[in-house]
Design a protein around this ligand. Structure first.
Ligand SMILES: [Zn+2]
Length: 258
């Protein structure tokens, strides 16, 4: 079994790091918003950029019109077997950190502590005021929308209220990116799960890890540009592979002296 080989690598690593992409979320029923047939086919992404959000009330109205539809999908989703397996690996001391492109909070809801999750594209379940930094859970803002507010603004200072996600055209959160790079370089095992490594900076984080001497593993349904440099490539769903890895790691722990 290829998952046995992955389990052996995870069990032997000093600083295993996992990088998750949209593939992990789609297994929870959250559509890949950037893929063909996704939400962006129904909306024009060029109208949902950082520039249009910041630039005008009309831009923010378009954004929240989409958010009104998309957020309930995220809220209804539950962590899947892959999320639960990664949280369990962390509890077993077999995961240093999880770098993710996903914004759905499902890693945390599965039990990964927030400090072990590095969110490159932010978090859709949190909202903040860009002026005074007041914060809310997205559920609360969603109730405002449902009550008839079309463009939420900060009740305290009147500032622009924005989900903590990274919009098209928005700068990546510098601290998260720096931390992800640090983790990648410090890792001795870097496991890509459910990402085709197509978008920046996904492609170069595993490359950093490789350059620093880490072993690369790719668990993804489709080929990635770094498959050729991977020690192991598993063409399967994360939810089918990772629970087996946990089981095997547990068994290995049971047979070795602590
Ligand atoms: Zn404010």
């Amino acid at each position: 079994m290829t998952s046995d080989r992955l389990a052996e690598l995870v069990a032997a690593a000093q600083r295993p790091v996992v990088f998750t992409g949209a593939g992990v979320s789609t297994e929870s029923g959250i559509p890949d918003f950037r893929s063909a047939g996704g939400v962006w086919d129904r909306y024009d992404p060029s109208e949902l950029t950082w520039q249009s959000f910041i630039g005008s009330v009309a831009g923010r109205r378009r954004y929240w019109d989409v958010g009104r539809v998309v957020y309930p999908v995220i809220r209804a989703a539950e962590p899947n077997a892959a999320h639960r397996a990664l949280a369990e690996l962390y509890r077993l001391g077999r995961l240093s950190c999880c770098i993710t492109q996903n914004v759905d909070d499902l890693h945390q809801r599965a039990g990964l502590p927030p400090e072990a999750v590095i969110e490159l594209h932010g978090n859709a379940t949190r909202v903040r005021c860009l002026a005074c930094d007041a914060g809310w859970h997205r559920d609360e803002i969603h109730t405002w929308l449902e009550a008839g507010v079309d463009v939420p603004s900060c009740p305290t200072c009147g500032g622009i209220v924005k989900p903590r996600t990274v919009l098209f055209g928005e700068t990546m959160p510098r601290a998260a990116l720096a931390e992800a790079e640090r983790c990648a370089r410090a890792s001795d095992l870097f496991v890509v799960v459910g990402s085709s490594l197509a978008v920046y900076p996904a492609a170069y984080l595993p490359a950093h890890a490789l350059d620093a001497g880490a072993t690369l593993v790719v668990v993804n349904l489709t080929p990635t540009r770094l498959d050729a440099r991977a020690a192991l490539v598993i063409r399967a769903r994360a939810g089918e592979v990772l629970p087996g890895v946990v089981e095997h790691v547990r068994a290995l722990k049971g047979t070795t002296r602590e």
